[in-house]
Write a protein that binds this ligand. Structure first.
Ligand SMILES: C[S@@+](CC[C@H](N)C(=O)[O-])C[C@H]1O[C@@H](n2cnc3c(N)ncnc32)[C@H](O)[C@@H]1O
Length: 286
């Protein structure tokens, strides 16, 4: 267990570019094997390119996207004709599933701070599905991008009241409080009046704060003002927010919390009824 934490600290000591290179080298034999045995899929990047979580083979990666789409259908009623925004679109995990669901009347926009991911998505997905579009936004994130531009000042490149639905999977778990608050402002601006948003977080309350701070793996030892960090040096590594604070942040920004579906990341014993690792938060415009 302690070895896990040490490995994570070591990993965080590398720059984001060094992490990409290590990943490519480590997964090269797997990628070569997949290529030689015909296990590649046009829309799934080689494992060494998958910087957005645990790289897996094409079949599992596609299943993860379908699982995310099911979460969107069941919780914010994504419809084939919707105009949707994917914040932190990564390398298209959710978008791939959406290509089979959105109609030609529907439209997908995604943006991300990692240029390699955006280029991959435009070359593979946008080129086959013209109602899909991905934008690179060079913003600082100490896990992903070392540019100097602040996410807390970034104006989303879309018109007011543009989207029916907005979502972000595993993005607000890697951003700082002022950045998330600013993104809430922008979500409110670009979401249509009855639009809905779904985002995942790591959330805690008083009952589990001690446990998530002190347990041996995936812990948040650094206490801040109603939120906790995993690593002080790489603040975007992972952030957990107190449920009360999240509710206050949403309300202050004119957004209304609809529901929280707890994930199993914080279970002492894994609850098999839970559908997702991170906590799912559904919210809408007030
Ligand atoms: C764990 S990955 C999840 C990617 C994707 N949502 C998925 O589920 O596969 C987190 C993503 O958030 C992106 N990200 C980090 N900071 C961001 C920001 N300020 N704005 C937009 N995306 C950001 C990262 O580049 C990365 O692609």
């Amino acid at each position: 267990m302690r070895k896990n934490n040490q490995l994570r600290s070591l990993w965080y000591k590398l720059s984001s570019n060094q992490r990409y290179i290590v990943r490519r080298i480590y997964y090269y034999p797997y990628d070569l094997f997949d290529k030689l045995t015909g296990r590649r899929n046009r829309y799934v990047p080689p494992r060494g390119y998958i910087y957005t979580g645990s790289p897996s083979n094409a079949e599992k990666y596609l299943q993860q996207g379908v699982h995310q789409l099911d979460i969107l259908k069941n919780n914010i009623d994504i419809k084939p004709d919707d105009c949707i925004l994917d914040i932190g679109s990564g390398i298209g995990r959710t978008a791939i599933a959406l290509t089979k669901y959105l109609s030609e009347k529907g439209a997908y926009e995604g943006f991300d701070v990692v240029e390699k991911g955006v280029k991959w998505c435009n070359s593979k997905i946008k080129s086959d599905f013209s109602n899909f579009n991905f934008k690179y936004v060079p913003l600082f994130n100490d896990l992903y991008n070392e540019s100097g531009n602040k996410a807390s000042e970034f104006i989303f490149p879309y018109e007011d009241n543009h989207f029916d639905k907005i979502f972000s999977f595993s993005v607000f778990t890697h951003m700082q409080i002022d950045e998330i608050e600013h993104y809430f402002d922008e979500i409110k601006r670009v979401l249509k009046p009855n639009g809905m948003c779904l985002s995942t977080f790591f959330l805690y309350d008083n009952d589990i704060e001690d446990y998530i701070s002190n347990r041996e793996i995936f812990n948040f030892p650094i206490k801040k003002d109603e939120y906790r960090l995993m690593n002080e040096n790489v603040k975007s590594g992972n952030i957990a927010i107190h449920k009360t604070k999240l509710n206050k942040m949403l309300t202050q920004k004119g957004l209304k919390l609809d529901r929280i579906i707890d994930g199993f990341w914080k279970d002492k014993i894994r609850d098999d009824q839970k559908i997702e690792y991170q906590d799912i938060v559904v919210f809408k415009r007030q």
